[in-house]
Each structure stands twice: as C-alpha cells, then as structure tokens.
Design a protein around this ligand. Structure first.
Ligand SMILES: NC(=O)c1ccc[n+]([C@@H]2O[C@H](COP(=O)([O-])OP(=O)(O)OC[C@H]3O[C@@H](n4cnc5c(N)ncnc54)[C@H](OP(=O)(O)O)[C@@H]3O)[C@@H](O)[C@H]2O)c1
Length: 321
C-alpha cells in the first residue's frame, strides 16, 4: 500500500506534536512546516521515527512554495492558531487569510482531504475578534475546498498543554484565584490523545464535508476545573469571584505581558459556554466517543506541582527513624 503523505502546518504546537507521534506510528509520512527550524525543529523532530518526518522551514507564507509542497501530498492539516494578537500576528491574518490561501491551493492541487482546526463555542461570541476571525476562516475554507473537514474542539488538555499546567503553576503560587463571571462558564475538556484519535479516524475513514464539534465526556464549569486542579495538587486556595469591571481592568493589565494568561478579547470569549452548540455534529454523533475523565488524567501529571513531587508520600514513610 502506498504510504499517505501529509502536509502539516502548526506542527510544533500541543495538538501538532501529539498528532505527529500518532500519525507516524500509523505509518503516515509527515511534512511538517515550521516558521523557525532552530527554535521549533527539535520539538517536532523528536516526535517521529527517522524516515517518517520531514521538516520544512517557511517564515513567510509564499503561495508558490506552498503549492510546491502540496503537489506531493494527499492530505493537508492546518493547526496554526494564536490566542492573542501581536503587531504582525493579527487574528484575521492567521485564522482567516492564511486558511483561505491554504484551502485555495489545496483545491488547486486536488488534495484528497483538507483538515482545519477551528474552535468550539465561537458562534455567539461575536464581540470577540478571535471568534470572528475563526468563523471567517471556516467560511472561506468551505467556499474554497468543498469537502473540507473543520474540527472544533473544546479546551484540549494534556501534560504538555498551556492550560492545566499553567493553572497548576498559578494555583501553587498564588494565595487567591480570581474567578471570571463567577467561574460559571462551562467547558467540555477533551484529552489531546482522544482528539488525535478523532483526527486519525477522519483520515482513515476519508471523511469529507464535515464540521465536527469535539468534546470530552464531561461538562465542567471553570470553577469546578479550578477545584479539581487544586485537589489534584493537594492545595487549598481562596476562590474569589471578580466583579466584571475589575475583570476588565485585570485583562487590560495582563495582556501587556509577553505570553498573557488573559486578554480583553479572551474575557469576551469566556462569557460564553464552550460546550456542544447543537449547530453541528459532535464526535459522539459519529461514534467517536471520548472516555477519558478530567480527574483521572490530570492525576497522571499533577504530582509535578505537589509539594515534594511524585514520591512525596512514600518519601515520608522512608524517613530514617
Ligand atoms: N489547544 C486547545 O485547547 C485548542 C482548543 C480549540 C482550538 N484549538 C485550535 O487548534 C489549533 C492547534 O492548537 P494548539 O493548541 O496545538 O496550538 P499551539 O500550541 O498554540 O500551536 C499553534 C502552532 O501555530 C504556529 N503559529 C503560531 N503563530 C503563528 C504565526 N504567527 N504564523 C504562523 N504559524 C504560527 C506555531 O508553529 P511554528 O512555531 O512551528 O511555526 C504553533 O506550533 C489552533 O488553531 C487552535 O486555535 C486549540
């Protein structure tokens, strides 16, 4: 059987790294595009066995170069995304114009599949630039590549995420944890390994013309997520519901930081639940059930944030008497 070749954009990210590992195990050959081979190359290279992965450096998205790359593959997956804007990296460029260009070229090159990662729960958040840009990207892709697959996950977590790990760091350092909108916003956290399984399933079953919401097995409020993380790292913290005006001021200040934990735009997104919308099919509807429970999975790596680390309990028993 001819090995399928996949062109992957955004390969060094959380989903990209996990997807490369699984794709190469399943005998796919991956061409991974990165902006800087020196900063991201080693992260990507270590994910696949030799022979399964080729790194391509592209620091400006030149349509001719992309067309050259697409000519030799049958599938293109776009995982490029940003959470906050910087001078040159605007949501509209990254989430709308770039997917527009990629899907046009994919169509011209007659690829079998064009798979794009968008986000869940953005339809109602029309005051958020992030949400609007992601939706614009989706519309352009559907227009350019009729049989595209658009995947809309809720928050994705794993030992190598920027979500649970950042919050466990914050919770282990701060005495008080602010809660935005009383911590009532709901999520359906999905473990990265299960999201990757869904993407592989979509490739193997040659799914086309599909918009799919990807959810974990549970719906959990932000406040309960924080409580679960606190329990996992064995810490007690005061959870403080932040009034909306204070929340806005804090986001205004935090967004100045190089990798902000919160921006004004994210605060607008947080107003809306990040759960099944009823507008599209979900992974449960097409028999791709997720089972991994948030509590069980975070316990596998939360010891990093516990006092004394993984063996702290047994170490107490080892005390020399
Ligand atoms: N993780 C989640 O919880 C989650 C939830 C919903 C939706 N999504 C979507 O899923 C996709 C992948 O998510 P992820 O968490 O794996 O993302 P990530 O870790 O933030 O990585 C995204 C990748 O995008 C590339 N990138 C970032 N800024 C770029 C720019 N200005 N120009 C070109 N490339 C740029 C980077 O690749 P290089 O540095 O190698 O070039 C990076 O590896 C994104 O579209 C995201 O919006 C993620």
């Amino acid at each position: 059987m001819k090995q399928k070749e996949i062109l992957l954009f955004g390969a060094s990210g959380q989903i990209g790294r996990n997807l490369i590992r699984k794709l190469s195990k399943n005998n796919y050959k991956i061409k991974a595009v990165t902006r800087n081979i020196h900063t991201s190359g080693y992260i990507i290279k270590t994910q696949a066995n030799p022979g399964y992965l080729e790194l391509v450096e592209l620091n400006n998205f030149n349509p001719q170069k992309i067309e050259e790359l697409m000519k030799n593959v049958s599938i293109c997956i776009n995982l490029i995304g940003i959470l906050h804007e910087r001078k040159k990296n605007q949501f509209e460029n990254i989430h709308s114009e770039l997917p527009d260009m990629l899907s046009k070229i994919a169509n011209k090159c007659k690829l079998d599949q064009f798979i794009h990662l968008s986000s869940l729960g953005i339809e109602k958040a029309n005051d958020s630039n992030y949400a609007r840009s992601k939706l614009n990207g989706e519309k352009k892709i559907i227009k350019n590549f009729k049989n595209s697959v658009i995947i809309k996950p809720s928050i994705v977590y794993s030992v190598d995420d920027k979500f649970t790990t950042n919050f466990m760091t914050l919770l282990s350092r701060l005495p008080i944890m602010p809660l935005y909108y009383n911590g009532n916003t709901k999520f359906s956290p999905i473990h990265v390994s299960e999201l990757v399984e869904i993407i592989i399933n979509i490739i193997e079953n040659k799914k086309q013309n599909l918009i799919l919401e990807c959810l974990g097995p549970e719906t959990i409020s932000f406040k309960d997520i924080i409580k679960k993380l606190l329990k996992a790292i064995n810490k007690k913290r005061l959870l403080f519901p932040l009034p909306d005006t204070l929340a806005k001021i804090s986001a205004k200040i935090l967004q100045i930081l190089p990798n902000p934990l919160l921006t004004e735009d994210q605060l607008k997104l947080l107003k809306h639940d990040n759960v099944k919308t009823g507008l599209y099919k979900t992974n449960f509807d097409i028999n791709m059930k997720t089972k991994k429970k948030f509590d069980d999975e975070i316990l596998k790596y939360s010891y990093n944030w516990k006092n004394g680390g993984q063996f702290s309990k047994s170490a107490e028993n080892l005390k020399i008497k």
